[in-house]
Design a protein around this ligand. Structure first.
Ligand SMILES: Nc1ncnc2c1ncn2[C@@H]1O[C@H](COP(=O)(O)OP(=O)(O)OP(=O)(O)O)[C@@H](O)[C@H]1O
Length: 294
């Protein structure tokens, strides 16, 4: 076995505290430890106007396969609008978004999810009266192929899919660290667990790109540390991550590259170290403490 083969097959340290079968169940079709590579997404000249307000102004950037890309900027800079325009919540005024080379123009939100773009929201959106496990299994359901009749008659295929959904759902809960709460109604979960459950539910759709919108909002420093570990673990399991986050320590500590927006325009696109030392970025953030929630 050559050295390079050994390097690829070794478990990345981020996955060391997860059982190999859990990592495998969470990302069954992926190479573990994907090298940062070709462009998985291209955001091209994206413009979004609300009446006279230009929330996004000709913004272009790429997301590379296997990377953690940060999207930062002061309040109102256009970060969430960018997520919404990418994921089909808003129809961009102009520009295009390509996922693996294919345009998402005019594609409905749920079809964009099915094509491989999943997201979490700034405001948690869980089914409060469902258990943690049920919330994740709902995310898996979109991929099933049996009919309602099949479910009612409990045909073998349905039973098989249901069993595998529960197994994968449990693996996802274990992966994000809340398997002990699988049977708890999501509205009864502590806040930090609800945020983790949202991530598990987004991962359930087996996305090519996972978009996290301020996942650390409302977290204390210890929870932020744990979230950094989880984000690294997600990437180490073969996923590509786009992260909107206000907490500079977290962004600087976890991303490979950062895109900065200011007043709807792209201000910078560089490594965390270069961004930290960019006077334009420092100026854009002046007066805005790192940890202030939006
Ligand atoms: N649906 C909408 N209708 C009108 N204006 C909107 C809409 N969504 C966003 N905006 C405006 O677009 C601008 C960018 O907002 P956006 O929420 O994208 O910023 P952000 O960078 O995500 O800010 P924050 O960090 O506060 O979440 C703001 O001026 C906002 O008021």
């Amino acid at each position: 076995m050559s050295d390079s083969t050994a390097a690829v097959s070794a478990t990345p340290p981020e996955l060391a505290d997860v059982a190999p079968e859990v990592a495998e169940a969470v990302a069954p079709d992926r190479e573990i430890a994907v090298e940062v590579g070709d462009n998985i997404m291209e955001i091209k000249n994206l413009t979004m106007k609300f009446g006279g307000l230009v929330a996004l102004d000709d913004v272009s950037f790429n997301i590379k396969r296997g990377e953690i890309l940060g999207l930062i900027g002061p309040n109102g800079a256009g970060k969430t609008t960018c997520f919404n325009a990418m994921t089909g919540v808003y129809k961009p005024t102009s520009g295009d978004v390509l996922l693996e080379g294919e345009s998402l123009k005019g594609v409905k939100q749920h079809k964009i999810t099915r094509r491989g773009l999943a997201r979490t929201f700034q405001n948690i959106r869980l089914f409060g009266e469902m258990t943690a496990l049920e919330n994740v299994v709902v995310g898996l359901d979109a991929r099933h192929r049996t009919s309602v009749i099949g479910a009612l008659l409990r045909l073998p295929r349905h039973t098989r899919e249901e069993k595998s959904a529960v197994e994968r759902g449990m693996a996802l809960l274990e992966f994000v660290g809340i398997a002990d709460h699988a049977g708890t109604l999501s509205r009864h979960l502590p806040y930090g667990h609800q945020r983790r459950l949202e991530i598990a539910r987004a991962l359930a759709t087996d996305p090519k790109v996972l978009c996290l919108d301020e996942p650390a909002a409302g977290f204390n420093p210890a929870e932020k540390e744990e979230l950094m570990v989880l984000i690294r673990r997600i990437r180490a399991d073969g996923y590509t991550v786009l992260l909107i986050e206000h907490d500079m320590r977290l962004v600087m500590g976890v991303t490979d590259r950062i895109v900065v927006l200011e007043f709807g325009k792209k201000l910078a696109d560089d490594t965390p170290v270069a961004i930290r030392n960019d006077p334009r970025v420092v100026a854009a953030y002046l007066g805005e403490p790192d940890d202030e929630p939006a």
